[in-house]
Design a protein around this ligand. Structure first.
Ligand code: ZN
Ligand code: ZN
Length: 345
């Protein structure tokens, strides 16, 4: 062994199977608190931007500068520019998700430290997956279905703006409005995701659409875009809100990058990614990890818009969260049993 590694027991506990659970629970964004908590909100604010949302903003600006064709080209649907966008999206996802996969799942540079589920998908072949492999199945579904559907929404949004649909707002006219809308984009994402995700958890849509994504009970990076085409179209469809509200195509693109690149967050599988002996990157993955584990909790993200809290489906991984969830499952069971009883009599 070379250098010492980080001690994850300073940040949480392992159960007897070795699964890690963090001491710091996911928390609702403090600006929702009443009475207002100014100090806490100010302390929380940097984590809203840094590093993840700042990264999605950076990729959006880079795309706008170097990747997105001019409006004249995008007026006409052809094969050229949409295939170009697919190629860039696919390469970017391959580089970003692939590097997490390579270092933390293939080379396993930090072993199972900070890992919510101590097992690695590659060690557990299962019949639910193509070729019995979660990795191959999830990888193929991402590149054959997930990323093409993302690109379809991207092309539709850009084509619509280029042809004068939607209410185009220019930066030279309303910079403050557009800047505020950019700040709200992660919240639009979370509200949209909660709504479509809750909808595909209804029995019929779950069985037909969403069960594909839930095959991965122990998600890893390639699970992020492993979805049924209906789900991935609904998921990336969040960008189309920018054709409904007064907006600008660059914000539609930002919205897509929060969805497309940001899907990784919930599926990293580790609470922290160790970068050096002392520095680590917070994944923000815990609440969605719990969703993959328990299914009927945490339909939204990690509490930027606390819809799960308001609808009673929030689970922060604590004993209290567990008790609330079990009480809810108990009520549901009782209701189902009562119905069965009535039907029998
Ligand atoms: Zn997921
Ligand atoms: Zn789900």
């Amino acid at each position: 062994m070379g250098k010492r590694s980080m001690d994850d027991l300073a940040f949480g506990t392992h159960n007897k199977r070795g699964d890690f659970s963090p001491n710091a629970r996911p928390e609702i964004a403090p600006f929702w608190a009443w009475p207002p908590q100014a100090a806490k909100t100010l302390k929380w604010l940097p984590s809203y931007f840094w590093p993840w949302n700042a990264f999605y903003l950076a990729t959006t600006l880079a795309y706008w500068r170097w990747i997105i064709p001019d409006a004249e080209t995008m007026k006409t649907l052809s094969w050229g520019w949409p295939l170009w966008l697919y190629a860039v999206n696919a390469c970017a996802i391959f580089a970003m998700y692939g590097s997490v996969e390579l270092f933390y799942y293939v080379k396993r540079k930090q072993g199972a430290r900070f890992k919510y589920n101590a097992k690695f998908p590659a060690d557990n072949p299962s019949d639910v997956f193509w070729f019995k492999s979660q990795n191959i199945d999830n990888f193929l579904r991402s590149f054959l279905i997930g990323i093409p559907c993302w690109t379809i929404i991207e092309v539709a949004m850009l084509w619509a703006f280029a042809n004068g649909y939607g209410h185009l707002v220019l930066w030279s006219e309303h910079p403050v409005y557009l800047a505020v809308l950019a700040l709200l984009a992660p919240m639009i994402h979370e509200a949209h995701f909660f709504a479509i995700h809750r909808a595909i958890h209804t029995p019929f849509l779950y069985k037909w659409v969403h069960s594909v994504h839930h095959n991965s009970i122990n998600p890893s990076p390639w699970s992020s875009h492993s979805m049924h085409p209906v789900e991935t179209l609904l998921y990336h469809g969040v960008a189309l809100w920018h054709l409904v509200i007064p907006s600008n195509p660059i914000l539609g693109l930002l919205q897509l990058h929060i969805a497309g690149f940001g899907a990784l967050n919930g599926h990293i599988g580790f609470d922290k990614l160790e970068l050096t002996d002392e520095a680590a990157l917070d994944s923000h993955a815990y609440s969605h990890y719990l969703h993959h584990k328990y299914f009927e909790v945490n339909y939204g993200g990690d509490g930027v818009v606390p819809l799960d809290k308001w609808f009673g489906t929030w689970h922060d991984g604590s004993k209290e969260g567990e008790a609330l969830m079990n009480a809810r499952f108990e009520t549901k069971r009782a209701r189902v049993n009562a119905k069965r009883g009535n039907a029998a009599s």
